[in-house]
Design a protein around this ligand. Structure first.
Ligand SMILES: *[C@@H]1O[C@H](CO)[C@@H](O)[C@H](O)[C@H]1NC(C)=O
Ligand SMILES: *[C@@H]1O[C@H](CO)[C@@H](O)[C@H](O)[C@H]1NC(C)=O
Length: 247
């Protein structure tokens, strides 16, 4: 099915030179911690529900990862290798989302190192022939007594945005978008996305689908010419998110 769709796109492109650039599908490489990873993050939901037929990808999110351990543990080398493997047939985009573990006092990663590591990831994606997208960290969903979630990733959000804007790197602000949505729906509705009833960080399968849609909507809204044609829309879900209603 995927092969068929992509060869159809290809033949359309050959018939019409104007569409040639648009005919290369996307291969998504997702780099991050457990909030991207399978079983707890948005990555698998992103690949399975937002990526149009013909495009594809791999979720390299790793539970517990920091910007340092993702490299020393070998995950980053796999991302770079995949860029080499897929870049001739696809536009390869790599999302880079870290912060939850880097910020822990025991991480051994200073804020300066976090910043430098994010930039190095992005530069290496570019050198390998891929395109980096920095993603500010998914909000935790710990509600305070004022009915709003605690903003405990603001520093990491700011640094991620600073790295992107000062180096002309694409980025999306998932931190604010996810926080705004969770605050709008409130604690009871937000609890439905918890991986376990008392886990206000990780996402169950449906939570992964909902927050993946937030990621996808941010990408399509900010960079429509890059992503719209390769995205499978869900207008119903996007409208609920936009309206701040539980999905
Ligand atoms: C993050 O950046 C915003 C806007 O630049 C600023 O108002 C806020 O104080 C910063 N927060 C932190 C924690 O650095
Ligand atoms: C689209 O979103 C709606 C509303 O959240 C959901 O019920 C439905 O299953 C989604 N459709 C697909 C194909 O994912």
């Amino acid at each position: 099915m995927r092969v068929l769709a992509s060869s159809l796109l290809l033949s359309t492109a050959l018939a019409s030179p104007l569409l040639e650039r648009a005919a290369k599908p996307i291969y998504w490489l997702l780099a991050g911690d457990s909030t991207t990873a399978p079983n707890g993050g948005w990555g698998d939901g992103f690949l399975s529900t937002t990526v149009a037929s013909g495009s594809s990808g791999h979720n390299y999110g790793h539970s517990g990862a920091t910007t340092a351990s993702f490299r020393t543990g070998g995950d980053w080398a796999k991302v770079i290798k995949d860029i080499g493997t897929y870049k001739s047939s696809y536009d390869v985009y790599t999302t880079i989302q870290f912060g939850h573990n880097d910020q822990k006092e025991t991480s051994g990663v200073t804020l300066d190192q976090y910043k430098a590591n994010l930039l190095k990831f992005a530069q290496e994606v570019t050198s390998a022939g891929g395109q980096p997208i920095l993603v500010t960290p998914l909000t935790r969903r710990n509600f305070q007594s004022d009915g709003k979630v605690a903003e405990n990733l603001a520093t990491q959000r700011n640094i991620t945005i600073q790295v992107a804007t000062s180096n002309n790197i694409k980025y999306i602000d998932l931190n604010i978008a996810s926080e705004t949505y969770v605050n709008a729906i409130g604690k009871t509705a937000a609890s439905k996305y918890n991986l376990a009833s008392d886990d206000w960080t990780h996402l169950n399968t449906w939570g992964g689908v909902v927050f993946a849609r937030i990621v996808s909507d941010l990408l399509v809204e900010k960079y429509p010419s890059n992503f719209q044609a390769y995205t499978k829309a869900n207008a119903t879900l996007s409208a609920l998110i936009k309206a701040g209603k539980p999905a």
